[in-house]
Design a binder for this molecule. Structure first.
Ligand code: 3HC
Length: 284
């Protein structure tokens, strides 16, 4: 790739979509934000603005970067407004059929040379691409939460992904200040396969009566992790974690093992930090 990506479309403006939009806009790209839920893209831009203000107060970003980022973020209500972008990043719900439907629509609504990225956490890129007419355009580009802070991006090729699509993705995320690592198209890729084991054992310990605070303190101090598994689940979102654990189990062809605490919290609408309560309670 000779020049950095000038414009992209982010489909799905939740935590991950918003974070990806933020890091791309921070280096001067125009980022269209689209969500199926009316008004969600505008809300995402507002969330990013609030987060940038906090980041500026802490000295992480300058006023110039904050202003450049906000200038580049364009919420849209119709995907057609972003026809002609160089890249589309999909960050919708972690469900194979949902992602497949999004890419079938994107194939129709974008130029043939547009790269299509999926920010899936766990789902096979080959499977997502299966109904596509041009699967060579699709690549897995997996960011980590919180996106502005996490340096790693896993780049995953499906069976039919072209080398050009891979190279564009790697060069782009490098330009955004990230470090790409090529990961295999296996369930969980690298990081989430390892994380899956940690989280399942943490949930098991919790069900055996060990408090979430004890688990977190032990992992933070005993393994030097920046945060423990229970607070990490709250940060990522308990609904997302549940989807990930189910998807990983399906991919590895073993029974789902989420315990009972996690499904109960999700059923009660306690999704972690974003909803104000999960294993911990947060001030809104
Ligand atoms: N630009 C913009 N914003 C920035 C920034 C930058 N350069 N640097 C920091 N910020 C923002 C953050 O986005 C965040 O914003 P918020 O106010 O909206 O929450 C805030 O500053 C917090 O950052 P801090 O650096 O002040 O916070 P801490 O020093 O307490 O660190 C942490 C927090 C980075 C979350 C740290 O505890 C950590 O690294 N935890 C582990 C995170 C982790 O493991 N993530 C991976 C999760 S797994 C995953 O994502 C995979 C998925 O598929 C499930």
């Amino acid at each position: 790739m000779n020049s950095p990506i000038q414009n992209l479309l982010v489909v799905g403006t939740g935590t991950m979509g918003g974070g990806i939009a933020q890091v791309a806009a921070a280096v001067g790209a125009t980022v269209f934000l689209y969500d199926l839920v009316p008004g969600a893209a505008v809300k995402a831009r507002q969330r990013i603005e609030d987060s940038l203000r906090r980041a500026e107060t802490k000295g992480y970003v300058t006023a110039t970067v904050r202003e450049r980022t906000l200038k580049g973020l364009r919420p849209i209500e119709c995907m057609d407004e972003a026809r002609g972008v160089a890249v589309v990043v999909e960050a919708v719900r972690e469900e194979l059929s949902v992602k497949q439907a999004v890419f079938q629509e994107l194939e129709k609504k974008t130029q043939p040379e547009t790269s299509l990225w999926t920010n899936t956490s766990m789902i096979s890129i080959t499977e997502i691409a299966r109904p596509m007419r041009h699967p060579e355009r699709l690549v897995g580009v997996h960011f980590f939460n919180p996106v502005p802070r996490m340096e790693l991006v896993e780049i995953i090729a499906g069976e039919r992904t072209s080398e050009a699509t891979l190279v564009t993705a790697e060069a782009s995320v490098r330009h955004w200040g990230k470090t790409p690592v090529r990961a295999p198209d296996r369930p969980g890729f690298i990081v989430n396969r390892l994380l899956d084991a940690l989280l399942r054992e943490a949930l098991a310990l919790h069900e055996e009566g060990v408090s979430h605070m004890e688990i977190d303190t032990a992992v933070r101090l005993g393994l030097n992790f920046p945060m423990g598994p229970m607070e990490l689940m709250d940060l990522v979102g308990l609904d997302t974690i549940q989807d990930c654990l189910k998807s990983q189990a399906a991919g590895m062809k073993r029974p789902v093992d989420c315990g009972t605490d996690l499904p109960r919290l999700v059923a009660e609408g306690k999704f972690g930090k974003k909803s104000g309560e999960g294993f911990y309670t947060y001030e809104t």
